[in-house]
Design a binder for this molecule. Sequence first.
Ligand SMILES: NC(=O)c1ccc[n+]([C@@H]2O[C@H](COP(=O)([O-])OP(=O)(O)OC[C@H]3O[C@@H](n4cnc5c(N)ncnc54)[C@H](O)[C@@H]3O)[C@@H](O)[C@H]2O)c1
Ligand SMILES: O=C(O)C[C@H](O)C(=O)O
Length: 328
Amino acid sequence: MSKKPVRVAVTGAAGQIGYALLFRIASGEMLGKDQPVILQLLEIPDEKAQNALKGVIMELEDCAFPLLAGIEAHSDPMTAFKDTDYALLVGARPRGPGMERADLLAANAQIFTAQGKALNAVASRNVKVLVVGNPANTNAYIAMKSAPDLKPGNFTAMLRLDHNRAASQIAAKIGCAVGDIQKLAVWGNHSPTMYADYRFATVNGKSVKDTINDQVWNKDVFLPTVGKRGAAIIAARGLSSAASAANAAIDHMRDWALGTNGQWVTMGIPSQGWYGIPKDVMFGFPVTCENGEYKVVEGLEIDAFSQECIDKTLAELEGEKDGVKHLL
Ligand SMILES: NC(=O)c1ccc[n+]([C@@H]2O[C@H](COP(=O)([O-])OP(=O)(O)OC[C@H]3O[C@@H](n4cnc5c(N)ncnc54)[C@H](O)[C@@H]3O)[C@@H](O)[C@H]2O)c1
Ligand SMILES: O=C(O)C[C@H](O)C(=O)O
């Protein structure tokens, strides 16, 4: 018997990430090739954006995806999030050349108070929320705090693009396939302060750290390359990453919903005090997922260099949190 459709809300649906995301969700790449979906698409109440959304919907229809059980266009989060099981909050302003993601806080924060409140009012009580819009960690924190009747742990921020970027850089350095790398972690904020940590990673069962054996490369090449990759893409394309961001969103939601078979992935989640990170800080941690739940990989040793990196990214997040206190 075929499964009952689930409701997937996507905001910023006519934007560049939306365009790289919706067709993959509708084809079953996010929730499985046997899971029908109803797309609930939100765009701003502006004629141009709503027209663009209509065009995207026409294209979705023209794909004749067997798993696409319905498509709705919305301009109000209160209707877009009705009964939604999954919410991908993409809609927000992207940064341009010369900006840091934190510069977007003033422009984007209010979107996430309104959307958190709407999720609180009308979404499924088990809704799984992924915030992609930047600055993703703090926006996810704002949405979580604006939705007091939902489980805080169901609000997450996207660190998966950083995780995938780190895996790709390591694979290129070692000369192995990305799929051979396991047990990678990215701690903290989706910003240049993030700490991509390969001390526990393995390549075909061997230690990545021992194989690379180059702390100078780690500190002076690897970490800045991963941390500043978003800016490098903006400089090259004139636009921020879209297909790779959409791909990371698919990876994040798929792994959360369907499980990781014991493999580590990185998710931005509200801390429960793990590794000394204060409660509720939306922080990147290594997790495994099973039965629709994530579980932090605990008990990892944090050496002095790692602690310094973790403290730096935590301080940045605490600063962003302070900057939005008035909204909560
Ligand atoms: N976390 C990550 O790893 C990551 C990666 C890439 C991009 N991003 C961020 O994702 C966001 C979207 O990027 P993009 O390239 O798709 O931008 P874009 O400008 O192409 O599209 C954004 C869309 O969101 C819509 N929008 C704006 N406010 C909205 C609201 N309140 N409700 C619904 N829709 C709204 C806009 O009309 C637009 O169509 C940006 O903030 C960008 O910085 C995050
Ligand atoms: O860097 C940006 O502003 C976009 C995105 O967060 C990215 O990492 O590519």
